[in-house]
Design a protein around this ligand. Sequence first.
Ligand code: ADP
Ligand code: ZN
Length: 641
Amino acid sequence: MHTMTEDERMPLWDAQGHELHPASAPEGPRATPARYESALDALHEVFGYDAFRGEQQAIIEHIVAGGNALVLMPTGGGKSLCYQIPALVRPGTGIVISPLIALMQDQVDALQELGVRAAFLNSSQTPGQAREVERAFLRGELDLLYVAPERLLTPRCLELLDGGRIALFAIDEAHCVSQWGHDFRPEYQSLSLLAERWPAIPRVALTATATAATRSDILACLSLQDAPQFIASFDRPNLCYRIIEKHEVRRQLLDFIRAEHAGECGIVYALSRSRVEQTAEFLSSHGITALPYHAGLDQATRAANQARFLREDGIVMVATIAFGMGVNKPDVRFVAHIDLPKSIEGYYQETGRAGRDGLPADAWLAYGLQDVVQQRRMIDDSAGDSLHQRRQMRQLDAMLALCETVTCRRRDLLAYFGQTIEPCGNCDTCLEPPAAWDGTVAVQKLLSAVYRLWRERGQRFGGGHLIDILRGQLTERVKQHDHQSLSVFGVGENLSVDAWRGILRQALALGLLTVDLEGYGTLALTEASRAVLKGERTLMLRPVAVKRAKSGRQRTTTAAQLDALPPEALARFEHLRAWRGRIAREHSVPAYVIFHDATLREIALQNPPSVEALAGVSGVGARKLETYGPAVIECIGEVGD
Ligand code: ADP
Ligand code: ZN
């Protein structure tokens, strides 16, 4: 039950004390007049972009004409324009429903920087501030109004909306209606009232989460069954996917950041709070500005860390999955996972937070034998019915298959979402194809060691001891159990411990072995083992990674390097970035609200001689040109040619 707050019981009145109820508003409700003739005008004038991307144009035209729509696009695909431009072109105010109260201020700041009349209503405001916004809406002075769902559903807010003119409803993060997803918000389900109360106002639902179950929940809840669905490609060509073998993961992470992303902004995901804390401390002690974020921190610390991440350049956020939805910072240059994600959906969403600006970015994951064992055990130990466990197991298996694939990672990822592409040329397996080898015999040796121990001795052991047996090591334990007399003793002498660990990991990932349920980490055969033991199945395995010597900083060519700026342009870019940092601090807004990195890069490359020439750069709209044009030209002038 919703209980009204003091503020909600207040009448809607204007500064003169007139009630602003529709019937009693001094001059009746006014519609915000349409500000742009066409969608293309708004795109050029306000946003400074040359052309629509993908399906943006079709979506926008459909909504401008009064239609409803479901928009499915990956993170960074350009969903916001799909409702922002119709709100500018249609008379009235676009109402944006978003669960992300913490980000509304930044979203509104960014729009105001573009000259758009935007505001929000949420619990972070004082009643006075909220009334100011309400008045602006009723007077028809707003293009866009952001509202949290729980706020929208209050009688006061519903009445307010009735008193003004609404251009459209945009339901952002629409997957929150679904109980299947991990972002379920009960208030979202009450949004079904939009269709009942305002059937003639266009509704556009937007999300980056693509599963079929979620989609049908959205359609049902928002009465969009008859609306067209615009489903963009989920490919993010600018992201370079890389999955490496885990040895000393913090050290590997540090090397990766230092070598490829020094001074840049990134997110590191870990599974537990303690790993988050330890990793943030480790990075900090090595000179990287890293902050922790997890549900165990108090609200104030979380908010402060998130604000720093959004505002400052070059911060690395180390977080659990509690950090993420709606983090729309466009210049996150890498997302690193130091633990195996639980599903491809989660992995895809988390990595999608990198490179929203379309510039090259890295999705880096380190994974090892222990991850497989640990996650399988976590699922076994988890409460819940066996159907749920089976579903989790399937999701994990798909994730493992992605880790172990010897073909294009992006192709496997997109195949998971039902899309087909050619090998991409921008993932580790494409850039440096792994020398896949026929590991059938090696896996047979491993499986038969498990089989013999069980059949002949009734024993089960963990991976370490099995590897000792295969490699013919006369350890204490081997002697104690007389395992040197097994026929498999020493049959794997030719391979190193690391090689065997790699084979074991892949056998687990492929479901040829399971970790037993009693929790000792001992290994058992599965149904699938049989075909391998009988020689009916060939297994192509990933090569065994050789631990890299610490000194040899053998870097792979990343997409970022291929896209590097020439030296003069780089100098201009750095100078512009420093200037942007100062302006952002003065205005206390995130740097990207002033200009995106992509725009600064273009300016640095084109080196425009005048404010007029600057107008041609993508991302420089009319308002920005007016506000910052002269300063930008002066700034690049200081660098010289
Ligand atoms: P999403 O909400 O889908 O994650 P955004 O709406 O934040 O994505 O857009 C991602 C980035 O792409 C933003 O920096 C945005 O300004 C930019 N963008 C969107 N549409 C265009 C376009 N037509 N041309 C150039 N840049 C665009
Ligand atoms: Zn590829």
